[in-house]
Design a protein around this ligand. Structure first.
Ligand SMILES: [Zn+2]
Length: 512
């Protein structure tokens, strides 16, 4: 984990301080009355010079920073932007990625963030966004190059213009997101289900999580036929379902709007490689399919972030680890299998393996009757067609939570948008031979059908949110994240659970 230190000062720096630093990010407020430039140079050093250069910059808009140098001995690299007070979380994080990316390219050991004349709320939001962008930007992704890239040196961020911004949450979210992105970036021969389980066991040891592994033998006892149908195609007998449990320590924080004794359940799809199975994917679509475990990595990263924050409720995490292979034993179209909750499934397409492994995992997770289940899965192409890769899809069995779900996406900068989950969609999944079809071969809205299919494995009394991770990979980075692989979901979930208190809210609604 990065050891970035963040020093905050409510006052603005002297010229001598700015001259000593080679890397400076400046953000001003763009109010309806105009950009918040001070009247004279007395307010902060180089203000008049930068004002002149800003006004000379052609085609500028809110999200295009000015990049320039100060006429001092260090030739300080300056990136400067002006933001409107009501800038969205997503736009602010995107701007922070650009401003920080321009500085991190020089691999500095120190960066200054200068916030002249901003109100405290905006200054705090900007500090949070810049810290988030730096923590994402300096984190080293796996590299197997014989000459590995130089590690990022950044050790300190000096903030001038605001103090007392609590960044504990930002650090926790960054650690969770970085873990999710790191694991997802690993090549498939470095992250088989067995290797993944080993890494998870190490994390469990370090973080005090109880870990239980349901191997194929244990899953046969559970009659988890949907999961096993996918796992049976692998030559190695290493697939299985991991259960991790975080229990609040005796000294918990009272920050969350959540009473103790509640239990959150995180579920993730962990297909370490997806060939498509017998319905083999073409090369173009199979390339990158080691990323098909990102849902499990996001669940794990979220668990890690909540652990760092010592939340006062239990978190259970269920990870479905398998590969979808071709081979003589691989499951095939028209097979009929029985899931652990007794539902029989007619297999229609072997590339719809995600919903098969999730079916049993959700059935087992919901049997514990948690207060909320959130599952994350790189599940359907149609969700990407519907939303692109900037948003992820949200589906829930509790319509009354939808407003909070949208708000959590908007406020966290990891945006989600809801889809309908009405029961009449089930007609398309009617099977002549089994309780339900896994999917359809020709049809529309597979993301909705997938959610309706999964709904069969979640107990009705358990509130459930399914996130179809269409934003799992966004070319060039997304919001504050500079890599294509986004690790989308940790910030969203913490906002939903900690800030919006949905676990408690739905209880109150259901009791009324
Ligand atoms: Zn697939």
């Amino acid at each position: 984990m990065t050891k970035l230190k963040i020093k905050q000062s409510p006052t603005l720096p002297e010229a001598v301080v700015m001259d000593a630093l080679g890397h400076i990010i400046i953000i001003l407020s763009d109010t309806p009355a105009g950009i918040g430039w001070p009247a004279t140079d007395n307010e902060w050093p180089y203000a008049d010079l930068l004002k002149q250069r800003w006004s000379q910059q052609k085609d500028k808009d809110d999200l295009t920073p000015l990049t320039t140098h100060l006429p001092n001995a260090a030739g300080s690299h300056v990136t400067l932007a002006c933001v409107k007070p009501d800038i969205s979380a997503f736009d602010l994080l995107t701007l922070a990625r650009k401003l920080c990316g321009a500085q991190l390219g020089y691999n500095p050991s120190e960066v200054m963030l200068l916030l002249p004349g901003l109100d405290e709320i905006l200054a705090s939001r900007i500090t949070e966004a810049v810290a988030a962008a730096l923590l994402a930007g300096v984190f080293a992704m796996p590299s197997f190059k014989s000459k590995p890239p130089k590690p990022k040196r950044l050790a300190t961020l000096h903030v001038y213009g605001v103090a007392g911004v609590n960044l504990e949450r930002t650090f926790a979210e960054a650690e969770g997101n970085n873990l999710a992105r790191y694991l997802t970036n690993l090549p498939p021969n470095e992250l088989t289900p067995a290797m993944y389980r080993q890494r998870i066991a190490e994390l469990a040891e370090q973080n005090g999580w109880n870990m239980h592994f349901f191997d194929n033998k244990a899953l046969r006892r559970q009659k988890a036929g949907a999961f096993l149908a996918v796992a049976q195609g692998s030559a190695d007998d290493d697939a299985g379902i991991v259960q991790l449990c975080y229990h609040p320590p005796k000294t918990t924080r009272t920050t969350a709007k959540i009473p103790a004794k509640q239990r959150l359940c995180l579920v993730g799809k962990g297909i370490c490689y997806d060939t498509g199975g017998n319905n083999l994917k073409p090369a173009k679509n199979m390339f990158g399919m080691h990323e098909d475990m990102e849902g499990s990595a996001v669940a794990l990263g979220t668990l890690l972030a909540l652990t760092r924050l010592k939340v006062n409720f239990s978190v259970h995490c269920w990870l479905a680890l398998a590969q979808n292979h071709i081979g003589p034993k691989a499951y095939k179209q028209n097979d009929v299998v029985t899931a652990s909750n007794g539902v029989t499934i007619e297999v229609v397409h072997t590339d719809a393996e995600g919903r098969m492994v999730l079916a049993d995992t959700l059935a087992m997770a919901s049997a514990e009757r948690p207060d909320l289940i959130i599952d994350y899965a790189t599940l359907t192409g149609t969700c990407v067609y519907a939303l692109g890769t900037s948003y992820s899809g949200a589906f829930t069995n509790r319509d009354e939570l939808m407003f909070d779900i949208i708000r959590a996406g908007r406020d966290s900068g990891e945006r989600v948008w809801p889809f309908p989950t009405d029961s009449d969609y089930d007609k398309e999944l009617e099977s002549d031979i089994a309780d339900v079809k896994q999917c359809v071969l020709a049809g529309e809205a597979d993301h909705i059908l997938a959610a309706r299919f999964l709904n069969r494995f979640v107990r009705e009394e358990v509130p459930w949110l399914h996130i179809d991770l269409s934003a799992w990979n966004h070319k060039g980075g997304l919001a504050h994240i500079p890599t294509d692989i986004s690790g989308f979901g940790v910030r969203f979930t913490l906002n939903l659970v900690l800030d919006r208190g949905v676990m408690d809210k739905h209880k109150k609604i259901e009791a009324s």
